[in-house]
Design a protein around this ligand. Structure first.
Ligand SMILES: Cc1cc2nc3c(=O)[nH]c(=O)nc-3n(C[C@H](O)[C@H](O)[C@H](O)COP(=O)(O)O)c2cc1C
Length: 348
């Protein structure tokens, strides 16, 4: 394994790249809850950066703070061009997606399917590093099962053990990525939807912990199934970071507690749910007036009262059939009237 000690100063916690979820409104909202975490964009293909409406795809507001751009690429040339173009935006780091099992992505040897060709991953990472001075990181699985997908490729299609993972990383580490974010599940590339691929292959944290134990100079962040402060705390004793995915939109108030994991945090107490909504309203109005869709602006709020009294009514108020540009402010007023004030203004 290449002994590269990155001087990356990344937060211990990150909020995962998630297509259709981690868009810029979600990130703005998440930032109101967590000052210390690194926020990822949705996956963006290199081709769309090169050929698409770049500013629309890459623009983000300064208030979002530290944001990592995740790209999906199938070759070094595209990756190089895309990262060069992304340098014009203030991303904190650039990440390569080697974890997404979607057919659409794996069919092009992108995402998790890239793991079947460690040399290609090496080439892409080298191209990304050449294109930017920012940290370049990789998000991958502990293995892949490509049965029935990649027979036409002269590549290894099943990697399902620790030795296979080491073999992959032995080559990839030579490109000197600054951090490895490892989703602790094998990706099954055929016959399983992306959703099932986040549920059915079992989590294997031990493989990630063993890797960190053996190669402590690698900067390793674990991902998969982290939903509580305690479980994150426990993992942080063994690896450098934890990435949170679904919990960030299924129980978003968890994010307000994350400062407790950072001994250097400037935050001293969580912001109450009511304060979070109040801080988000001016943004909603501004963005709505600039043409953003009401639905995507409201989506990040959905789980704010998860597990609390009144949560069901709150969700009904925010349901898309109720919400229109014209009545949005009234809906916010109703939230403040409806929700028990102990829950609205309590900060724990
Ligand atoms: C709706 C959704 C979209 C996702 N999109 C991406 C993506 O664009 N890039 C990526 O690397 N992973 C993507 N993932 C996977 C997550 O980043 C994460 O690895 C996975 O959800 C496991 O973490 P969790 O158990 O904390 O949710 C997505 C997950 C979800 C739920």
């Amino acid at each position: 394994m290449e002994k590269y000690i990155s001087n990356i100063k990344a937060p211990k916690i990150s909020i995962a790249p998630m297509v259709d979820k981690s868009h810029r409104h979600f990130r703005y909202f998440s930032r109101l809850l967590t000052k210390d975490s690194l926020l990822y964009t949705e996956m963006v293909t290199a081709q769309s950066i090169i050929n698409g409406d770049r500013n629309k795809i890459l623009y983000f507001r300064e208030e979002e703070g530290a944001v990592a751009l995740q790209i999906a690429a199938s070759n070094a040339e595209d990756a190089y061009k895309a990262v060069k173009l992304a340098n014009d935006y203030n991303y904190t780091e650039i990440n390569l997606n080697c974890g997404c099992p979607s057919d659409r992505v794996s069919g092009n040897l992108m995402g998790a399917a890239l793991m079947s060709s460690k040399e290609l991953v090496y080439d892409i990472l080298c191209a990304m590093k050449e294109a930017t001075n920012k940290p370049v990181t990789i998000k991958h699985r502990i293995g892949i099962d490509g049965t029935g997908v990649l027979e036409s490729e002269k590549t290894k299609i099943i990697m399902d053990g620790y030795d296979d993972l080491l073999d992959f990383l032995d080559t990839v580490s030579k490109a000197r990525p600054d951090r490895y974010i490892i989703h602790a599940r094998t990706a099954i590339l055929k016959g399983l939807s992306p959703k099932d691929n986040r549920e059915i292959p079992p989590l294997n944290y031990d493989m990630v912990y063993k890797l960190k134990e053996e190669f402590d100079y690698l900067n390793i962040e674990i991902n998969g199934g982290f939903r509580t402060l305690d479980s994150i705390k426990e993992a942080l004793n063994k690896v450098d970071g934890v990435m949170i995915g679904r919990a960030s939109y299924e129980d978003c108030y968890l994010l307000s507690q994350l400062y407790k994991l950072n001994e250097n945090s400037e935050v001293v107490a969580p912001t109450s749910r009511g304060e979070v909504i109040k801080a988000y309203i001016p943004y909603v109005i501004e963005e709505m007036n600039n043409g953003s869709s009401v639905h995507s602006l409201i989506a990040p709020l959905q789980s704010l009262f998860q597990g609390q009294k009144g949560s069901r009514k709150y969700k009904q108020l925010l349901s898309s059939s109720n919400i229109k540009k014209e009545n949005l402010l009234e809906i916010f007023d109703s939230i403040f009237e409806l929700m028990p004030s102990s829950i609205l203004w309590e900060n724990n």
